[in-house]
Design a protein around this ligand. Structure first.
Ligand code: CTP
Length: 412
């Protein structure tokens, strides 16, 4: 996806480049953003200029690259000028040092000062050696920034500088540029503007008695990421959730949250909200069985109890059966065996427009991880694989496919 069908003003992007070998890839990110019609202002840290010259960025950018907080010929206060006018700040590559300084709130160079002087969304693209990436200090700084609403595009596994290999490689410029474009178009044009999206998230809790519950390992992270990205793309979003995670500050006010606990409560809320929705996404792990209710706490002295299970309503199946013309229904399938075959069958049986399948037995996939690896299935299209990446990126990929379907393929 590269652009929305809406007419919009030229998005303004600050491209921060820190001192790492992947700085050369930032040149290609810059070129792609310019080709897509963005006004791009590069900021290079002093160390970045050791890897790629300032002239290269200046030649391709909308205005000369900046490297210093002081002595700018165009404005006496470049950090506030850049920060206040940006629709998005992208930092690629983001080194461990820049990440630490940003997390600490330091502002001793133009890049960190601009990050502090801005209310624009921020997309950080870390790149470094695996040992550095895995350091608790780096991960804690990233967790702090994530909590504050900063979007982090996780590095990939692959060859690194010096002949090493592992996690830490900057994703391809194409991936970074298309993510950045999704974000700015979400703010200015909105691929999903005018559309109402209902997302379910988290694992349901089925009461055994007034004290005990049966639940599952779903954290709700993927559903929250979908709700946040849909809001950034301009949709009106309702999140029906059993989890109470913190929503990213830039979109928290534009997402209505309906708190539920059991499968029955989730069914009631989702089906009610879905009656006026254009897109319904069932990311929740809904219990297939619930417990015949007991109002009294089961006592140990009564002996080992037998718990009778009864089936719950299949919400996704109901949504698929009741689908209005033009309404899009998306299901998830957590599988451990024959992932594709099981998911294809589920797509058809539940009459979904899209089904997101993941192999939850694989490392780093599904329940409670920050990352995911999925295949997006839809009727009449080839399966679309999304390699191991952040749950935000999975959300972007899914919502791009949904937007494409809605707009009839009028954007790429
Ligand atoms: N789902 C639902 N209502 C249920 C159970 C599941 O809406 N009572 C939805 C989930 O939110 C998910 C999809 O159905 O989007 C797939 O759920 P899953 O449990 O993987 O599939 P099932 O059809 O229950 O099949 P099985 O568990 O046998 O694989």
């Amino acid at each position: 996806m590269t652009s929305s069908t809406h007419k919009q003003e030229q998005p303004r992007i600050v491209l921060g480049v820190a001192g790492g070998i992947a700085a050369y890839k930032a040149v290609e990110v810059l070129r792609r953003l310019r080709d897509a019609g963005c006004f791009v202002s590069p900021i290079l840290t002093p160390d970045a200029t050791r890897f790629v010259g300032e002239v290269t960025f200046s030649a391709l950018a909308s205005e000369p690259a900046r490297t210093k907080l002081y002595g700018d010929p165009t404005t006496p206060i470049p950090h506030t000028y850049l920060g206040q006018n940006a629709d998005l700040i992208v930092v690629a590559p983001a080194t461990a040092h820049v990440i630490a300084r940003y997390a600490m709130g330091l502002s001793d160079d133009l890049l960190t000062a601009t990050l502090l002087a801005s209310r624009a969304p921020v997309l950080l693209c870390p790149a470094m050696h695996t040992e550095m990436w895995e350091q608790p200090s780096v991960q804690e700084n990233l967790a702090t920034l994530r909590r504050r609403g900063v979007m982090i595009l996780e590095p990939e596994e692959g060859p690194l500088a010096g002949g090493d290999s592992g996690k830490g490689r900057l994703p391809d410029p194409e991936v970074i540029a298309s993510l950045a474009l999704d974000i700015v178009h979400g703010r200015s044009g909105g691929l999903l503007r005018g559309h109402r999206v209902v997302v379910s998230a988290g694992g349901t809790r089925e009461a055994i008695d007034p004290v005990r519950v049966i639940t599952n390992r779903s954290s709700g992270k993927q559903g929250y990421a979908i709700a946040e990205v849909a809001a950034r793309l301009g949709a009106e979003v309702t999140l029906v959730s059993t989890a109470s995670l913190t929503l990213a500050p830039d979109v928290a006010r534009s997402i209505a949250v309906v708190a539920v606990s059991s499968a029955a409560e989730m069914a009631e809320a989702v089906l009610r909200e879905a009656s006026t929705a254009d897109i319904v996404i069932m990311a929740a792990a809904v219990a297939d069985f619930t417990v015949a209710p007991t109002t009294h706490k089961i006592k140990k002295d009564d002996g080992i109890p037998s718990i009778a299970l009864v089936p719950t309503q299949d919400i996704l199946l109901t949504l698929g059966a009741q689908k209005r013309p033009g309404q899009i229904v998306v299901g998830f399938a957590a599988e451990t065996d024959d992932v594709l075959a099981n998911a294809q069958a589920k797509l058809l049986r539940k009459n979904c427009d899209f089904l997101v399948a993941n192999d939850v037995s694989a490392d780093g996939v599904g329940f409670d991880h920050a990352t995911n690896e999925v295949v997006i299935l839809s009727v009449g299209a080839e399966p679309y694989s999304v390699e191991m990446t952040s749950k935000e990126q999975v959300a972007f990929e899914l919502l791009s496919k949904v937007a494409e379907r809605i707009h009839g393929g009028t954007h790429g």
